[in-house]
Structure formats: structure tokens, C-alpha cells
Write a protein that binds this ligand. Sequence first.
Ligand code: ATP
Ligand code: MG
Length: 572
Amino acid sequence: MLWSKTFIPTLRDDPTDAVIASHRLLLRAGYIRQLTAGVYNYLPLMQNVIHRIEKIVREEMNDSGAVEITMPVLHPAEIWQKSGRWEVVGREQMRMKDRHLRDLVLGGTHEEVITSLLAGELQSYRQVPLNLYQIQVKFRDEKRPRFGLMRGREFIMKDAYSFDVDIEGLKIAYNKMADAYFKIFRRCGFDIKMVESDVGAMGGTGAHEFMVLVETAGGEEVILACPRCEYSANVEKATSLVMADESAEEIQPKKNEMVYTPGMKTVEEVTAFLRVGPEQLVKTLLYQADGETVAALIRGDRDINEIKLKNHLRCIELEMSPPEKVIRATGAAVGFAGPVGLKGIRIVADPEIRSMRNFVVGANKDDTHIVGVNPGDFQVSEYSEIRKAEAGEICPHCNQGRLEAYSGIEVGNIFKLGTKYSEALGARYIDADGNENPFVMGSYGIGVTRTAQAAVEAFHDDKGIIWPKAIAPYDFHLVPLNITDDEQKAVAFEIYEGLREKGYTVLIDDRDERPGVKFNDADLVGVPIRISIGSRGLKEGVIEVVRRRGLEVEKVPVKEAVKRAVEIWENL
Ligand code: ATP
Ligand code: MG
């Protein structure tokens, strides 16, 4: 491809609206342009990357026995109402009305569509196992679209759905997908980790996420992993053992004493004022769970895991209570809520509270806390683990290792759905004895566009992108320093044709630009190998082959240019 004949609008300066490196680089290097929040144009270089990722995905999916189809993007509301997800997905769903004022949905995932399709077509246990997939645009009205392609409102996904007669069958299908995912992401060049994850709105019996490990900034997800065993989980799901030492402290005789804590609302303020550690305080957080006020208790130095709380409460919407609800429930301003004497609301406490002694809580009275409180002093509705597990805590699996935190980007996930959708949408089969049963399903997603950006987040330096060779937009980038020089131009095009004849994709910078501009753009765009052709080198009969990673330069005789460049590429 000739640079002058394609469209690569590189920017000299960093765009100001991009926070993370990969987003910045994709804009600067001319891969993407935003149309509106979370909605992007994929420019020619990005299109090439997407094609390459999709090719890898197709090959491995087909190899695993899955079969490609294409389902509609436009769905009738009825199938979502039937599955019960019309309410659950709620405002994340892109909805509209047609001319007859019927509700329509732009699909964000396709469990409802595939299950409705197969409900009408599959009858017998002999027709499965079946795994159907597609690669398609998805729409989700994300609360916070951000970081470019990482969290878009329109994005490309590979989604697959397996149908089996029983759990055993599902396990086989699930493991096949896990194997295929490892192959896909390793071929893409990633250090990939499979971690346990929360099933969320999808429902079902188990799930794993595939995470690309990154340094930090661009990692949307935190993973906790045990260095001693295979346990690793998304922090949304991760649990840990905390060293509860029940006998550490005696209950002190001076109990439940009200203390005046004027204006002290935060854990830091209260504990500093009372000269105790934050682990000596119990935080009472008030939430609205589908409209009902609920109190959540955790130790003062812990963070709450709202996903765990939401799962425990089995609610659809969970939000911190607004000040007026806090006042109504506790009789005090925000910052002074506590479990003692708190009547008429459900209190969920983290089990760690049980082993705490002589702690501090809010008094449900303005500017007041209670000290010397113990678990018997108030009524807990249920104990449930609702704290966020943290690095340094003990592994819940081997009970030995201390969890370590990693930053990751979720590029894919796999769910054991079970029979939730097949029951709701009537996808049943007749077994060998003539009985009717719902199919047992699995669902498997890969974010194609997120994967593309994850590669940039994982592989770049201060000059630009460093594409893994399997998903680079081109294999080689030729830079004749001066395109108006006939000799340089002739040599460059000879190498161009030579590489293309061998089946490689090549970008040649045929612009009449200064060498500095071309080199900067080449570094930015990030093709794995650059070949520079300049008059000084040609006098000695050499060109330069430069690996993008490390920018290592090798002088190669013109005659051997193609052969040597290919050798270097093959060994990257
Ligand atoms: P997340 O927790 O990031 O919102 P999810 O659990 O909603 O992800 P799935 O519904 O399982 O994700 O979608 C499958 C894959 O699609 C994800 O692993 C991710 O790679 C990708 N994906 C999900 N949401 C987005 C988005 N808003 N923009 C880009 N890719 C996305
Ligand atoms: Mg999501």
C-alpha cells in the first residue's frame, strides 16, 4: 500500500481528550476517530488490525468445532422481556421504537436471539452438541464510555453460544472454548491470564475472564492471584481469608459509650479524633436496593465490594442512599449512621465484623459516635462477605499464599449459562427416553476492538505503538528518505514488490516529506519492521532494516534486502 493512496491522518501533538496511552496513540497514529461518545470510525490501519484479529478468531473458533453464522443486530423487545433481561439490562440497552411504536433493541449480546432461533429448530438430543458464533457490531449504552475502544457504546464482538443436553456436555464445550481462547490470545501476542469472574447480569453457574496483563493505567480490571496455587480472580469476585483472631481482645467493661465527634464524618476524621486505628471502626453504608434502604457494615479500613452486596441482595439497581434517605433512615446526617438501634432496615454485615471487639460506630445522632461496641450490641440481618479482597490477604484456595494484585484488561470471557435462557425461551429437546428437557447453554465473548486496543496498551514505548507481528496493520514499512530521488525510489519499489511477491503486506511511505517526519510517523504507527532507503546507504550499497521493538538497526546489502528482512520478520 502506498501511504499517499491510503488515509493515515497522524497528529503531531497528543490529543488532549485521551487519558490512557493506547487511546492517545490510536488517535495520534491515525487509527481511529470518534464520531460521538463511545462511537468510533475505524480508519484503514485499524481496519487491517481488526481483519487480522478476526482471522485469528475465526481460525481458532472453526478449529474448535464452532460454526459461524450472522444474527440480526435489531431485536424485538419481546425476546428480552421473555428472558427477564429487559429490566435487568435496563438503561445499558440501546432502545428505539419503529414506525408502529413497537419497542426495538440494538443487540448488546445475543443469548435471547440464538435461543429463540434454536427453540424453533432443535428437537432432539441428537442435534447437539452445537456451538454457533458470529463476529458482529454490538451496542451498549455504557454508563461511562471511555478510553477509546476499551469501553465503547458501539464495538465489535465475537460471541458464541453452545447447546448441550447436560452439564457434562457444557463442561466439554466450555473447556474447548477456554482452549481456543488461550490459542487466540497467545497468537495475538499476549501474556494472557484466565481468572474467575462474577457472572453478573448474565446469570449462570460459573464464569472466567481472559485478561491481558498490563502495567497499570489502561488496566480497567484488578486481578488478585495467588503466587502459590492457581487461584486467580477478578477483584469483583475475589475472596480472601482475613486473619481473624477472635481471642485477641477481651470485651471491655465500659461499653457503648456515646462520644461527641463534632463534624467528624469520615473514617479518618473520627479515628484520628478518637485516637484509634481505622480497623477499630465499623463503617455503616446505606444503600437503596431497588428502592429499599439497606445498611452494609464493613471494617473501617476495608472497601466495600458493591457487586458482592448486589449479588447477596439479588437486586437490580444498587445505589448509595441520597442524604435525605440517610436522614430518614437514621435520624442523623450522612456520616453518623451506625447499627446500634437501627430499626426497620435490613443490615448486611461482613463476617469479619464478628471477630471485632470494642469498636466505634456511628450513633444515628448528629455529631455523635459510640465507642466500646461489640457484635452482640446490634441486630444483623445476615452476614455475607461484602468487602473487597485486597493484595496481601490470604488465598482462599490454598489458605497459604498471599494474594498479589495485577492490572488487566478483560478481552474475553466465558460463561456457563445453564438452562436460564433455554427455559425462559423454550429451547428443549427430547431425550432418548422421550422426556422433554431444556438445553444446557454456554456463552463466550471476545471483544475484538478492545483486543486491538489492549495490544497497544500492552505494547508501546514513548515513540509509539509496537504491534505484535500477528496483528500488525502491515508486516513491513518502507521509508525511502527522499522519494524524488530516482535511485531511492527504484530500490524502494523493488523491495516493495519483492516482499509482496512473498505474500507480505507492505506500507511504503511515498510522501514527499522530510525523513524526520517519516521516521516519527513510522515509530508512531508501529509496524514491526521498517526498511529505510537513503542516498548515503545506497552509496555503500546498503539499506537499513530496523526492528520497531528496541529500534535496533541492521545494515543490509541492497541485493539481500528482501531475504534478510524476511528472516528478521520470521524470527521476531
Ligand atoms: P465489562 O465487565 O468490561 O463491562 P462485560 O462483562 O459486560 O464486560 P461481556 O458482555 O461478556 O462483557 O462481553 C464480552 C467481551 O466484549 C468482553 O470481554 C470485552 O472484551 C468486550 N466488551 C464488553 N463491553 C465492551 C465495551 N463497552 N466496549 C468494548 N468492548 C467491550
Ligand atoms: Mg459490561
